[in-house]
Structures are given as C-alpha cells and as structure tokens.
Design a protein around this ligand. Structure first.
Ligand code: HEC
Length: 167
C-alpha cells in the first residue's frame, strides 16, 4: 500500500453541502426585516406625541378656563375671540378659537408655545415658571373646547391642510 493511498483513506470527508440554500437565506432576512419594520411602526403609533389629541385626553378644561381668564384673556380676549382689531395691530393677539389658526398646531406645539412663547420676539411673555406643563395642557384642553367639533375631530395639526376655518 503506497503512502499516498493511505493518506487519501484518512482524509477528512468533504464538507457537507450548504444546508440552507441562498434563496431561503434571503427570504429569512426579508422576514426578519419585516418584523423589525412592523415593530418600528407599532412603536411610532404608540408614542405619546404621535397623535395630536393625546396630550389633553385626561386634562381638566375647567381648570384651563380659569387659568385662561386669569392670564390670557387680557390679550386673546374672552372665549379666545382675539384682541379687538388684532389683524390691523402690530403684533395683535390672534383668536385662539376656530377662526384663526391655533388649531394648525398639535397639542405639544401649543403647550411649548404657551410655556416658551410662540416666537422668540413675541409680545406674549413666556409662562414657564408661572404655569406648570400640566397647567398649559389644561389650557390647551380649554382652547380646544372653543373649536368646532369638526375641527377637533378632523383638522388639528398636520391634518389642517384638508380643512378651512369655516368648518
Ligand atoms: C401680552 C399679550 C399676550 C398674553 C397675556 C398672552 N398672549 Fe398668546 N399671543 C400674543 C400674541 C401677540 C401672539 C401672536 C404671536 C406674536 O406675534 O407675538 C400670541 C400667540 C399665541 C398662540 C399662538 C397662536 C397661533 O395661532 O399660532 C397661542 C397658542 C397663545 N398665544 C396662547 C396664549 C395663552 C394660553 C396665554 C395665557 C397663558 C397667552 N397666550 C397670553 C399675546 C399674548
């Protein structure tokens, strides 16, 4: 028996062919990717800020109304009607009811405008330190009682493009 023959006999068996064909591997990766995407979508929609109405769901509009009358009505008028002749004034305080565009903003944006001013050079003072975030949420809940039911249901925030203030 030659040395070469013996070597061949003891050689390790050829490696088994790949168990998972490439095509199957691809669909496995695709399925895993799908699970990740579904997870992200679920996370996005259960995120508190995702829905425009979620912040005021358990707020107290009556408390918000009392705060509004104390701190806001002097400029924004009773019932959010706006400062008299506001459009013709330099920095007139706009209505916060359905007639202007307060409802173009999501709850969270309204809260941050109340706490930290709508724009940095606003005539409106920041209310942070005087009002808590919960106070501001209660005020937003009250402001939303001044909007028509149609606007509350269909038009707030990102959805405002599909609505006009005549609803
Ligand atoms: C000194 C007057 C003044 C007071 C008081 C005041 N605001 Fe304003 N507010 C303004 C003005 C003026 C604007 C418009 C932005 C600008 O040009 O300064 C405004 C804008 C806003 C906006 C944005 C409206 C929009 O359509 O984008 C909200 C919301 C708002 N105010 C809420 C409040 C709330 C709530 C209070 C009470 C906690 C309050 N404001 C108190 C003057 C005032």
């Amino acid at each position: 028996m030659s040395k070469r023959k013996r070597d061949r006999k003891h050689a390790a068996p050829a490696p088994a062919p790949e168990k998972v064909p490439a095509a199957k591997k691809g669909s496995l990766a695709f399925a895993l990717g799908g699970v990740v995407v579904i997870g992200l979508v679920v996370a996005l929609f259960s995120w508190p800020g995702a829905s425009s109405g979620s912040l005021t769901a358990s707020a107290k509009p009556a408390h918000g109304e009392a705060l509004y009358n104390k701190y806001c009505a002097s400029c924004h008028g009773p019932n959010g009607l706006g400062e008299f002749n506001w459009m013709n004034k330099d920095r007139g305080a706009p209505p916060l009811d359905s007639s202007a565009h307060a409802w173009h903003h999501e709850d969270a944006q309204l809260v941050s405008m109340i706490l930290d001013k709508p724009v940095s050079d606003s005539r409106m003072p920041p209310w942070r330190g005087i009002l808590s975030r919960d106070d501001a949420i209660d005020i937003v809940a009250y402001i939303k009682t001044l909007w028509t039911p149609f606007i509350v249901a269909n038009c707030q925030g990102a959805k405002h493009m599909q609505c006009t203030s005549t609803h």
